[in-house]
Design a protein around this ligand. Structure first.
Ligand code: PMP
Length: 291
């Protein structure tokens, strides 16, 4: 079988040759940014939005991207084509690059670009049909004034600690609160409440990543004429919601049927959530960049 091709800085290499220096600050400090992107039927979903978020993350951490949006688009498409993919998951990583031991970014001269395109390990269909049970975990989401949650950085330890807590108790996902006790997001997904016909989700200022799937869900809400707002949510608001769902590039839209041992709504995936999932599966090939 032909070796998987990985894009490294300026071209494709075999997987075995895709290597990074031990002095790369992405490895030493988690100093870098990334995007997780889906390929649906030969279309890269919301590529412009992902590249814009990458540019904003880069700007926020003062990392100068030497690649234009057009160059990144071409590199992503080339990587998918070289691996013969029509559907899959693309991981775009930019690290600060090689430097000396020490936090200073001053001698990190050239950022490193890595693009991996692979088939995707989908969540079991059961999650979508029966919904997921989740819990709130003790680990709080980083304070936005310490590390802006909108920066999709390579440093995921905060989320990993929360994920460990969830898995330890037998759950796949967990709600993370911010330091004020309001709901921020889940470890790798955004969260939405449906209450009395209204869609509500925490704002980025409450500790949520500005998820691309989150934006898509808000666009779908407009199409379905469902009013929405960004607001602070407490655990109580979650427990008494009529419906609840999570959004994320890998997860898409997943219904939540139980939180902290309380059934949500009827304890079965909600009807409005089902409408969102159906609408989402229709848009994924409409809003894409063709390979
Ligand atoms: N929050 C966190 C912490 C994430 O890592 C992700 C991406 N996996 C999301 C939310 C969802 O964002 P997106 O829809 O852009 O994948």
């Amino acid at each position: 079988m032909a070796s998987m091709k990985i894009y490294m800085n300026d071209g494709l290499v075999d997987r075995e040759d895709a290597k990074v220096s031990v002095f790369d600050h992405g490895l030493l400090y988690g100093d870098g940014i990334f995007e997780g992107i889906r390929l649906y039927d030969g279309c890269v979903f919301k590529l412009e939005a992902h590249l814009e978020r990458l540019e904003f993350s880069a700007k926020a951490i003062m990392l100068n991207l030497p690649w234009s949006r057009e160059e990144l688009t071409e590199a992503i498409c080339e990587t998918c084509r070289a691996n013969g993919l029509r559907d899959g998951y693309i991981r775009l990583v930019v690290t600060r690059g090689e430097g000396s031991l020490g936090l200073s970014i001053k001698n990190c001269d050239s950022p490193r670009l890595i693009i991996i395109a692979d088939s995707i390990q989908l969540y079991p269909e059961e999650f979508y049909e029966n919904g997921l049970k989740i819990i709130t975990v003790p680990t709080r989401r980083c304070n936005p004034s310490a590390l802006p949650p909108a920066v999709k950085s390579l440093n995921y330890l905060n989320n990993i600690l929360a994920k460990i807590e969830a898995q330890h108790l037998g759950y796949h996902e967990a709600i993370m609160l911010n330091d004020q006790g309001y709901v921020a997001e889940c470890t790798g997904d955004n969260i939405f409440v449906i209450h009395k016909g209204k869609l509500i989700t925490p704002a980025a200022s409450a500790g949520a990543l500005k998820g691309i799937t989150r934006d898509t869900a808000l666009e779908i809400a407009d199409k379905l004429n469902i009013p929405w707002e960004e607001a602070n949510l407490t655990r109580y608001d979650i427990w008494v919601a009529d419906e609840l769902f999570l959004t994320g590039t890998a997860a898409e839209i997943i219904p939540i049927v139980e939180v902290d041992a309380r059934p949500i709504g009827t304890g079965k995936p909600g009807a409005i959530t089902a409408q969102f999932l159906e609408a989402f599966r229709q848009v994924v090939t409409q809003d894409g960049t063709k390979l």
